[in-house]
Design a protein around this ligand. Structure first.
Ligand SMILES: CC(C)(COP(=O)(O)OP(=O)(O)OC[C@H]1O[C@@H](n2cnc3c(N)ncnc32)[C@H](O)[C@@H]1OP(=O)(O)O)[C@@H](O)C(=O)NCCC(=O)NCCS
Length: 160
């Protein structure tokens, strides 16, 4: 079974994060340019939407840096941004597991986040599959022409 851990991108792993690349044709789905981690780290600094951004590295159980993503913390909802799995490691379940790990991280956190949100281009089938598999739902809501996937953060489960 595929398992992953999430690590804050910091002084120890930022070079690994910069190695994560998507295919050229996938770039418009996820950022204006690559490396995606560079965009994430820039946004953590400039905070374009006024939110607190958290940069995360996705590490496989084999110790490889397989992806990156960001969490933008709003007052009660938290948005997944720039979700990217390295092109050489896609279609192995890492994307789905990374999103599941974000849900678990939110569930165990002390923040007020009650809901996780993510948007994806309508043609991005892999992303829609991954969000659905990780427990997100789409009720027809769109933002800038993109479906908005939502997942309630349930802190009532026994091991929360
Ligand atoms: C979207 C992305 C994160 C998914 O990660 P991944 O590790 O490849 O996905 P998984 O292996 O977990 O597969 C997730 C599902 O998508 C399906 N899938 C994966 N690649 C696919 C593709 N190219 N076309 C159609 N379906 C695909 C898988 O079969 C799986 O379906 P299932 O849940 O029904 O079994 C990854 O493809 C990626 O980084 N893409 C480029 C950047 C991007 O688009 N990011 C999302 C921005 S919203």
């Amino acid at each position: 079974m595929t398992t992953v851990d999430l690590e804050i991108i910091d002084a120890d792993n930022w070079r690994e994060a910069l190695e994560v690349r998507v295919a050229d044709e996938q770039v418009p789905f996820v950022a204006d340019c690559q490396p995606i981690a560079l965009v994430i780290l820039a946004k953590c600094f400039v905070r374009p939407d006024g939110r607190r951004w958290e940069p995360l590295l996705v590490r496989s159980d084999r110790g490889e840096a397989v992806g990156v993503l960001a969490l933008a913390h709003g007052p009660d909802e938290c948005e997944l941004r720039h979700v990217a799995i390295d092109v050489e490691r896609q279609r192995r379940g890492y994307g789905t597991e990374a999103v599941r790990a974000v849900v678990e991280r939110a569930r165990r956190s002390a923040s007020d986040c009650t809901q996780l949100v993510v948007t994806a281009h309508p043609d991005n089938r892999a992303a829609h599959h991954a969000y659905r598999s990780a427990g997100f739902d789409w009720d027809g809501e769109e933002r800038a022409g993109e479906p908005v996937w939502r997942c309630v953060v349930d802190r009532t489960s026994p091991d929360a």
